[in-house]
Design a binder for this molecule. Structure first.
Ligand SMILES: [Zn+2]
Length: 68
């Protein structure tokens, strides 16, 4: 469910965590581990929150701008 305010902020910082995971995977399992860790990036959910009404989304609503 999207709202119509079209202004969202990034609420989650899980992306950073996955990058770290990828690096750790690379250290533990070599290039293959790094790829496996990077693959986890696709599963990562960055949350976005509407600045006007506070609704959260798991991806940017179409036409919305990330303002923060
Ligand atoms: Zn809204």
């Amino acid at each position: 469910m999207f709202c119509s305010h079209r202004e969202v902020v990034v609420a989650g910082q899980k992306k950073k965590l996955s990058v770290t995971k990828g690096i750790i995977g690379g250290l533990l399992f070599g290039p293959l581990g790094a790829v496996g860790g990077a693959a986890g990036l696709g599963k990562t959910r960055t949350m976005f929150t509407c600045v006007k009404c506070g609704k959260t989304f798991d991806h940017v609503p179409s036409g919305s701008h990330i303002v923060g």
